[in-house]
Design a protein around this ligand. Structure first.
Ligand code: ADP
Ligand code: MG
Length: 201
């Protein structure tokens, strides 16, 4: 089952390749053209604009809160019925220190607002908070992908591992294009979501 897309692609692997190529091009463009200057770090509006910019050529749902319940592995992300209030509360979380920023990132990951592309859009969103509050970003080339995924899977229970991983990869190269582009790279394109139903209200 391939996600419905604007490219008319019906094969998952082909969609993954096309999506990767387009989102990388879009990321490079947003880095160049001052897109971030207009964004307020830590807001859902910023995240939604990042998601829209990355995926508007691929998905109708770019920048739009999902309307299905999703799970990955055995973790269920926020059910649709709690999603909007969760996002409103997450926006209000502080973002003045490294720990606060990662805690906010972890909560937004638990919300998982979009049908696809949460990882990529949220890493850019995370970097924007780190950049504005601390003058630093993550050098994703120094974060092992498997360690990262394990730490993210663990993060709803305990955030110490993801904090440790990310803290060790902080850099002050905030205007380096290659460093920025690495955040997009950190994806596992093969893993999709399972969609589950809850009782109708
Ligand atoms: N079981 C899980 N529990 C919590 N977070 C997870 C889990 N699996 C993946 N993640 C997070 O979700 C991200 C993947 O989300 P996804 O919507 O597929 O985005 P993308 O397509 O950009 O990778 C991962 O990068 C990780 O941060
Ligand atoms: Mg994905």
């Amino acid at each position: 089952m391939t996600l419905q897309n604007k490219l008319g692609i019906t094969d998952s692997a082909e969609l993954a390749r096309a999506e990767e190529k387009i989102s990388k091009k879009k990321a490079a463009e947003m880095f160049e053209d001052g897109f971030f200057d207009e964004l307020e770090a830590g807001t859902f509006d910023a995240l939604s604009q990042i998601h829209y910019r990355l995926f508007s050529e691929v998905y109708d749902f770019a920048g739009v809160i999902r309307d299905v319940n999703i799970a990955k592995g055995n973790f269920r992300f926020a059910p649709v019925m709690y999603l909007k209030p969760a996002i409103d509360n997450i926006e209000k979380m502080p973002q003045g220190t490294f720990d606060e920023i990662v805690e906010k990132y972890v909560e937004m990951n638990i919300a998982h607002p979009f049908r696809e592309g949460n990882g990529r859009s949220m890493r850019i969103w995370l970097d924007l908070m780190l950049k504005r509050s601390l003058g630093k970003v993550i050098d994703w080339s120094r974060v092992d992908k498997d360690d990262y995924l394990l730490a993210m899977e663990r993060s709803p229970i305990k955030d110490i591992e993801i904090k440790h991983l990310l803290k060790n990869a902080l850099t002050d190269k905030i205007n380096d294009r290659e460093t920025f582009m690495k955040s997009i790279d950190h994806s596992y394109y093969y893993e999709g979501y399972s969609v589950y139903k809850t009782a109708e209200l």
